[in-house]
Design a binder for this molecule. Structure first.
Ligand code: HEC
Length: 234
């Protein structure tokens, strides 16, 4: 039997397969790296210059835990210290978000579909992910719960505390699990002598979700959603 055609076909497929592999490495790995190299990337230190009001609110609500886990910013709170504690809380919050698998159920990316925009606002654009805390970005694929990329200010700290402790207490048909290990007991002279308050992980994850999306304003209508255009609209 003459098998030369078979050899020729497999050689052609082999070479083109290898060629496409090289092409995809160039297009999907080298290309983006070269393109993104010049894109400004905010560091956590830069981000934490704008301490969100919710972080001050945590200090007021849980002063003992705040001082125990982050430090005492004094009274009135020293701004430089608050910035430093905020950066710490954000870094830890992101780690907790990854460690607890929040990304199994939540995305951080508003997709380009009409219903998404009704629910979460404009499709996510590059500047939303141009910072150190989004490296690598936690886009997520599955969505059991809502998108969180713009969760900042949607709920109060109290709501988040109650929700992490027992989601069904605030959303009765929620399937989100309880995260009771974000909390500890504090002795108080009322309420049967104990109060449940967030611990370090609890304070950090609340700070992180309250920060998500607080750093960038949506671009004006009609403005192309490129990184540099969005930069102008910060
Ligand atoms: C098993 C899937 C699942 C996991 C894991 C999960 N969630 Fe959720 N989450 C949900 C669902 C479903 C909702 C919507 C119902 C509700 O509000 O409880 C939700 C709601 C939320 C909301 C409220 C959003 C809003 O404004 O309505 C926040 C914030 C949140 N989750 C954060 C987290 C964080 C942080 C983690 C990890 C510590 C996490 N979730 C883990 C399923 C999940």
């Amino acid at each position: 039997m003459n098998t030369r055609w078979l050899e020729r076909a497999s050689a052609t497929l082999g070479i083109s397969g290898f060629g496409f592999f090289i092409f995809s490495v160039v297009a999907m790995a080298l290309g983006p790296v070269v393109m993104l190299r010049k894109v400004p990337m905010q560091t956590v230190e830069q981000i934490s210059q704008n301490v969100i009001p919710d972080f001050y609110d945590l200090l007021v609500r849980y002063p003992d835990e705040f001082k125990k886990y982050f430090g005492d910013p004094g009274d009135p709170p020293d701004e430089a210290k608050m910035r430093q504690y905020f950066a710490e809380a954000l870094r830890l919050g992101r780690k907790v978000y990854i460690a607890e698998g929040c990304w199994h159920c939540h995305s951080q990316f508003v997709r380009p579909l009409a219903d998404e925009q009704l629910r979460f606002g404009p499709t996510s654009w590059a500047a939303e992910h141009q910072n150190e805390l989004q490296l690598p970005p936690l886009f997520g694929t599955r969505r059991v719960g809502p998108d969180l990329i713009r969760e900042a200010g949607v709920r109060s700290n109290d709501w988040h505390a109650a929700h992490f402790y027992d989601p069904q207490a605030v959303v009765p048909d929620s399937v989100m699990p309880r995260f009771t290990w974000f909390f500890e007991e504090r002795k108080v002279p009322y309420e049967n002598g104990v109060k449940i308050v967030p611990n370090q992980r609890g304070l950090a994850i609340i700070t992180y979700v309250q920060w998500l999306g607080s750093w960038v304003r949506p671009p004006a209508e009609g403005v192309p959603l490129t990184a540099s255009a969005a930069e102008d609209y910060r």
